[in-house]
Design a protein around this ligand. Structure first.
Ligand SMILES: [Zn+2]
Length: 467
């Protein structure tokens, strides 16, 4: 690659934090790279930090970037690809060939090449993990979610190897911030139907008991760790339930799942007690903190519902959680107002999941028609993308599911799928694949429901929706 123009960006002492000022004077780059780098430092790092992660995007990335070219080029790549949106009306796709996206790819390639060199030297784990987080962000933003999830698995593998080396050779421990980040990404991956195949202990935190929660970030780390277990519990419930229906497994398996469910419920209760005690001693100091607290209340309610309904054969089980759904929607309704008032960012994306997944869950699973429609309408106020959760396709699918379940539209079943439950309530709805043709986006959806015929197992059907 030929660099046509090299210059040094003038220092901006009055606006750039110290670390970034040092960084700006430390290396040279093309004008376009400087602009992207500047955009990362001034705008994007704040946006990616959301309400809880300034320690990662504004501190850790900048610190590691001051010594590591792989990270600096990664920051340039991020800056470039997000600058695309300032000119285009929508987020970039993998095919976009605009000036910023082309520059992003150049910086991305440079970063990978520097990382490859770096991996040949001693203990590059932190560089590899921070690079991985940056690449995941790039792939999520340009709607290349499969690649992003592949990188999540890669990051988890690096952490797992680190944990093993720490145990056997007393090697260095991974930074808590990075472990915590990848556990959250692992949960995100599981929620997208792609659980990372790693034993939980491989990536686990220092023991989550006795609930020594002393910060909001610490509270989130433990809650997400429990949610990851809940997700894995639900997946096993589904796999085992299918076999139970087929008569392959007996009551001892169900009993062990019931015990696991009770243990998860106790953990969630203990977490909530510790969280309440934390809030008694920590005044709500600003809008970000208020939002973070609201998010944790919402995720806790979601985890409670997910845990309690894991073993549910019947979708009617969700009717018992109207009050919890009402609480989730009430908190999000008031929080989205706070988020919008305090948000002047031009970045319509958040790296971490925010309120979209809980709203999507409520729209899909709440059995109160008015409440689930309220959840659907609130989804319109969330970011265009939260991690791998795209607002437009989630709204499109949720709207379709509500109409199908409430009988206002009909599923065109193929001839070989003759039976359907009455009313049709879906056990699961998988957003399988999103694709583009011209200016139109489509999403492939797989519906999973249980046959009403005794002794029968599960039915699935796929359809393509126009977003
Ligand atoms: Zn572009």
């Amino acid at each position: 690659m030929v660099e046509t123009k090299t210059s040094q960006l003038p220092l901006r002492q009055q606006t750039a934090p110290n670390a970034s000022s040092n960084l700006l004077s430390a290396f040279s780059a093309t004008n376009l790279e400087w602009q992207s780098f500047d955009f990362y430092l001034k705008t994007l790092a704040v946006a990616l930090s959301g309400v809880m992660d300034s320690d990662i995007w504004q501190n850790l990335v900048v610190q590691v970037g001051s010594a590591e070219p792989a990270i600096r080029h990664g920051m340039c790549a991020l800056g470039s690809i997000f600058r695309h949106s300032a000119r285009e009306s929508k987020g970039p796709t993998v095919e976009c060939g605009c000036l910023n996206c082309r520059q992003a790819l150049r910086s991305y390639n440079k970063s990978i090449s520097c990382l490859t060199d770096r991996l040949e030297r001693d203990d590059p784990s932190v560089v590899a993990l921070v690079s991985c987080a940056i690449y995941i962000c790039i792939e999520m933003y340009r709607d290349n979610d499969d690649a992003a999830l592949g990188l999540v698995a890669k990051g988890c593998e690096i952490l797992s190897n680190l944990a093993r080396r720490n145990r056997t050779e007393r090697g260095p421990m991974a930074e808590f911030r990075l472990v915590s980040l990848f556990v959250r990404l692992q949960l995100l991956s599981a929620m997208c139907g792609q659980p990372v195949p790693l034993p939980i202990s491989e990536l686990d935190y220092p023991s989550a008991t006795p609930w020594l929660i002393d910060t909001i970030q610490g509270a989130r780390a433990i809650l997400f760790s429990i949610m990851r277990e809940t997700q894995s519990f639900r997946l096993r419930c589904f796999q085992i339930e299918s076999e139970v229906v087929a008569g392959k497994n007996g009551p001892e398996i169900i009993n062990s799942l019931l015990a696991e469910q009770e243990s998860l419920q106790l953990k969630l209760d203990a977490w909530y007690g510790a969280f309440r005690r934390l809030l008694q001693h920590q005044p709500v100091s600003d809008g970000n903190k208020e939002l973070a607290i609201s998010m944790l209340h919402v995720y806790h309610a979601v985890a409670k519902i997910f845990t309690a309904t894991g073993l549910g054969y019947s979708q009617d089980i969700y009717a018992a959680f109207d009050d919890d759904f009402r609480t989730i929607i009430r908190i999000i309704d008031s929080s989205l107002g706070v988020a919008q008032n305090g948000n002047e960012s031009e970045v319509d994306f958040s790296f971490e999941m925010g309120f979209m997944p809980p709203l999507y869950l409520a729209a899909l699973k709440c059995r109160d028609s008015a409440l689930r429609r309220k959840a659907l309408s609130l989804m319109a106020l969330t970011k265009d993308k939260e991690g791998t959760w795209g607002r437009r396709e989630c709204m499109c699918v949720a709207s379709r599911v509500i109409n199908l379940e409430e009988g206002t539209s009909d599923l065109q079943l193929p001839d070989h799928v003759e039976e359907r439950a009455t009313p049709l309530l879906f056990h699961d709805v998988l957003i399988h694949h999103r694709h583009q043709s011209g200016d139109t986006s489509f999403v492939d959806v797989i519906y999973v429901w249980r046959s009403p015929t005794p002794g029968e197992t599960w039915k699935t059907m796929q359809e393509t929706l126009t977003i």
